[in-house]
Design a protein around this ligand. Structure first.
Ligand code: 3PG
Ligand code: MG
Length: 399
């Protein structure tokens, strides 16, 4: 991705302007309460900067997937107060229930105040990237800032279409994400490693193909590794695996050799007969997985080898757990390797970048989110970036 021409907030004149800001505040909610406010905190620097310049921030965002219809439970009104608290200034919610139009709300906005528009996905034109809806949004502001890297893989009116209609720039959060990802993959300190885990090879083939051309070591873990073991003629008992993708795994192995990238698979495993908390476990070589058992984590020998390998690397990119980390004790491999990466980052200046929903949950459980160089707030967008795909929301800001 050519990011040399990414326009940043510092290059955009926002003084006294109405600034349309696309944010991703698609946060988890339980009974109307925010259970993880990471994404809300992430937008604060951009919004505060705009306010400091005398600009009027008008936030555009989505919540859930209402599919072009008004779904009252997905109204963004619920986030007005949490935003106000995070931003430390008055936030006005532009309700579409009363008689006021979005344009009315904008004209009523006072100095130092922030306007939060209703869920843009209540309008069918948003996901369709309809030119007319993009024009309606654009008419509400003078300039456009996209601070939502985690929705940049969607070519929607508020993430893509509008960028062609107004002077545009990347917000602080968007810029930080892109810079961190570039540092890990475009021009990294070597050697580099990527840890790719999770359940399925089938969903990560493009990721593996892109990464093997860029990194020196590709560590495969989780359920995915079992399919690779099958591809090498190793029986994995009742382990999660995709026999239909054994050929694909063989092709990935051959291509990685050709690309000069070493694929690292587990050599031993923690197995159990039942997938439940505190199930009875056994440690076996991967060549000796009992027919009635399943692999649920990497074994100690594999873990020691991975730790030694990490100590040699200068950059690591992490997506996906090594084992079934949600259930104890099968998170040990993931947690201990993550803790080692965190230690190397602190003590040795290793660059460590992680992303993807599961990954962030695993790093949180390991207690190391703050010790990695960068942890992305993005799920799908992070994966598409790992696939080497151009993200429409980022491309639209590149001039
Ligand atoms: C997310 O939560 O992954 C982003 O906000 C994008 O949401 P979407 O997957 O519904 O487009
Ligand atoms: Mg998603």
């Amino acid at each position: 991705m050519d990011l040399d021409h990414l326009t940043t907030l510092d290059e955009l004149d926002v003084k006294g302007k109405r600034v349309l800001v696309r944010v991703d505040i698609n946060v988890p909610l339980q009974d109307g309460r925010v259970t993880d406010d990471t994404r809300i905190r992430a937008i604060v620097p951009t919004v505060r900067y705009i306010l400091s310049q005398g600009g009027k921030p008008i936030l555009m965002a989505h919540l859930g997937r209402p599919k072009g219809k008004v779904v009252p439970e997905l109204s963004l009104g619920v986030l007005r107060a949490p935003l106000e608290e995070a931003l430390g200034t008055r936030v006005v919610f532009a309700s579409e229930d009363g008689g006021r139009s979005a344009a009315d709300w904008v004209s009523l906005l006072g100095p130092g105040e922030v306007l939060l528009l209703e869920n843009v996905r209540f309008h069918a034109g948003e996901e369709a990237n309809a030119p007319e809806f993009a024009r309606t949004l654009a008419s509400l502001g003078d300039v456009y800032v996209n601070d939502a890297f985690s929705t940049a893989h969607r070519a929607h009116a508020s993430t893509e279409g509008i960028a062609h209609l107004l002077p545009s720039a990347a917000g602080r959060q968007m810029q930080a994400e892109i810079e961190a990802l570039r540092r890990a993959l475009e021009n990294p300190s070597r050697p580099t490693a990527a840890v790719v885990g999770g359940a399925k090879v089938s969903s990560k083939i493009p990721v593996l193909e892109n990464l093997m051309a860029k990194v020196d070591k590709l560590i495969i873990g989780g359920g995915m590794a079992n399919t690779f073991l099958l591809a090498q003629g190793i029986e994995v008992g009742k382990s999660l695996a995709e026999p239909d993708f054994v050929d694909t795994a063989r092709k990935v192995l051959a291509a990685s050799t050709a690309a000069g990238c070493e694929i690292v698979l587990p050599t031993d495993a923690v197995v159990a007969r039942e997938f439940k908390a505190e199930a009875e476990t056994e440690i076996v070589s991967v060549a000796e997985v009992p027919a009635d058992a399943m692999i649920l984590d990497v074994g100690p020998q594999s873990l020691a080898a991975l730790m030694a390998l990490m100590a040699e690397c200068r950059t690591v990119l992490w997506n996906g757990p090594l084992g079934a980390f949600e259930i104890a004790p099968f998170g040990e491999g993931t947690f201990r390797l993550a803790q080692e990466v965190a230690r190397l980052t602190r003590a040795d200046g290793m660059v460590s970048v992680a992303g993807g929903g599961d990954t962030v949950a695993a790093l949180n459980a390991a207690g190391v989110v703050d010790d990695f160089s960068y942890v992305s707030t993005a799920g799908g967008a992070f994966l598409e970036w790992l696939e080497g795909r151009e993200l429409p929301g980022v491309a639209a800001l590149n001039r």
